[in-house]
Design a protein around this ligand. Structure first.
Ligand code: GUN
Ligand code: FE
Length: 458
């Protein structure tokens, strides 16, 4: 039943490739030759290759020329790295966008916990998570950092489904033992920690070496966790220095005030999570709206990553802006998150556009001190930035020999299906086509999705 992550067949392409080398360097490379080995890794990557040079490159890489299948991308089509969703609640898949106009804590109590509680039923979990993972793959999300529900079994099912469907994923059992109804919380600290240990064991057996799926330590946020639970999770983080950690961080004023009441001994949330050994270079901090100067300094020093979720931040109750330009200026890692279902959309293209819009608002608010993000910076956040936040930038995020081939094949100009394509015109340059894709494209333009060389879009 187990599927190998890699395709088992070598793949080769000739055509345009677009990727980010850094936040301020977008490369649009034409006539690229890309060869993916049987291990799913990029074996050759070279721009400016004329069609008559392909055969010799194929044979240099140990394959028989002429018979080797090379896919020639048409004008207007291109490859780009797969999208990374740094913050996603899998059990909120069926409630995306539900419960607008109420505060975060009311939304959790009145809408979300009751919904997540359904994942007690493993059959419901199988069905809904299969639809969820397929849905995110459909959107070109080749890597997702998932919060599961608090249920151990459902979360193991989520890990299995990501592995079977071939999505790269960080999967966390959501730890929460207070400030939630007794029908939707861990009944004790020891049970909560045991479920996390079981998930780690389970994924270790499923995918030894965590090639595709990796467990992630997931305290929902300090409000949901007694100090003893945070302590235990910090101990697991110490015991497993390879595992990432995720939590919600300075998301809303109401949440920060309640956290202060529960933990008056700490000045800031950075202090709190650091004290419990949950703040370090492996931490993915969702939202990061209201950081104090001292916290920004600290998360930069520690190398924590920010999961910027501009759709949830602007559509739940208030319009909240994470100061992404400031984070980038300080050298803090930033990626994008759908925050599905606090965010209504499962599309990283939508998250990119909203990041762009919100950064325009921030530019106005700061009277130009925080210049808006460019579209290519938003694309960086969606790819390499997200890979950095997830601790995977040595393996994915852009194209380089030795990295895994997690990629999207984008089709823009298809005269047979004019209704579904970006409005590309014959005279458009590739720069314009790319801009049109970012602003007007959607999953219908994402013709193929590859994870580690395996084609994974249904
Ligand atoms: N804080 C704690 N839980 C959640 C959640 O599920 N979504 C969001 N947006 N914030 C949270
Ligand atoms: Fe969230």
């Amino acid at each position: 039943k187990k599927t190998t992550p890699a395709s088992g067949l070598p793949l080769a392409f000739h055509g345009t490739a677009i990727h980010a080398k850094s936040a301020d360097e977008l490369q649009i490379l034409e006539n690229c030759f890309i060869l993916v080995g049987k291990d799913g890794k990029i074996q050759a990557f070279q721009a400016g290759v004329e069609p008559d040079q392909i055969n010799s490159l194929v044979s240099e890489n140990g394959y028989a020329p002429d018979v080797f299948p090379v896919k020639h991308l048409k004008r207007g089509d291109f490859l780009c790295p797969g999208f990374v969703d740094t913050h996603n609640h899998a059990p909120q898949w069926a409630q995306r966008g539900v419960g607008r106009g109420i505060s975060l804590l009311d939304w959790l109590n009145k809408v979300t916990f009751a919904h997540e509680a359904k994942f007690e039923d493993p059959e419901y979990a199988k069905r809904t998570y299969a639809s969820c993972v397929a849905g995110f793959l459909q959107q070109g999300i080749t890597t997702a950092s998932y919060y599961g529900s608090h249920h151990g079994e459902a979360t193991r099912i989520l890990a299995d489904i990501c592995f079977e469907k071939g999505q790269r994923a960080l999967v966390g059992k959501c730890n929460m033992n207070r400030n939630a109804p007794d029908w939707y919380r861990d009944s004790s600290v020891s049970e909560s920690l045991r479920e996390t240990h079981e998930l780690i064991q389970h994924v270790h057996q499923l995918d030894p070496g965590f090639q595709l799926v990796k467990p992630i330590i997931t305290p929902r946020f300090a409000i949901s966790c007694e100090p003893e639970l945070l302590d235990g999770l910090g101990a697991i983080a110490r015991e497993h220095p390879d595992l990432p950690i995720q939590t919600h961080f300075n998301e809303a004023k109401q949440e920060i005030e309640f956290t202060n009441q529960l933990f008056p001994e700490f000045q800031t949330e950075a202090d709190l999570y650091q004290k419990f050994n949950l703040l370090n270079g492996r931490s993915i901090l969702a939202h990061c709206i209201f950081l104090q100067e001292e916290e920004m300094r600290r998360i930069q020093e520690l190398g924590c990553g920010v999961a910027h979720c501009p759709i949830a931040n602007t559509t739940m109750q208030e319009f909240m802006i994470a100061p992404v330009r400031e984070y980038l200026r300080r050298g803090i890692k930033v990626g994008l998150g759908t925050d599905s279902g606090g965010g209504y959309s499962s599309s990283i293209l939508d998250a990119m556009k909203q990041a762009f819009i919100v950064s325009n608002a921030q530019q106005t608010k700061t009277e130009g001190r925080d210049p808006a993000l460019s579209l290519s910076e938003c694309f960086f956040l969606a790819t390499l930035g997200g890979a950095q936040v997830c601790g995977l930038d040595d393996r994915i995020g852009n194209f380089a020999v030795g990295k895994e081939f997690d990629a999207l094949e984008i089709h823009t100009l298809d005269l047979d299906r004019p209704g579904v394509m970006c409005l590309v015109e014959e005279e458009d340059t590739i720069d314009v086509i790319f801009e049109k894709f970012l602003m007007t494209g959607d999953d219908r333009n994402i013709a193929r999705v590859y994870v580690s060389g395996r084609s994974v879009k249904a």
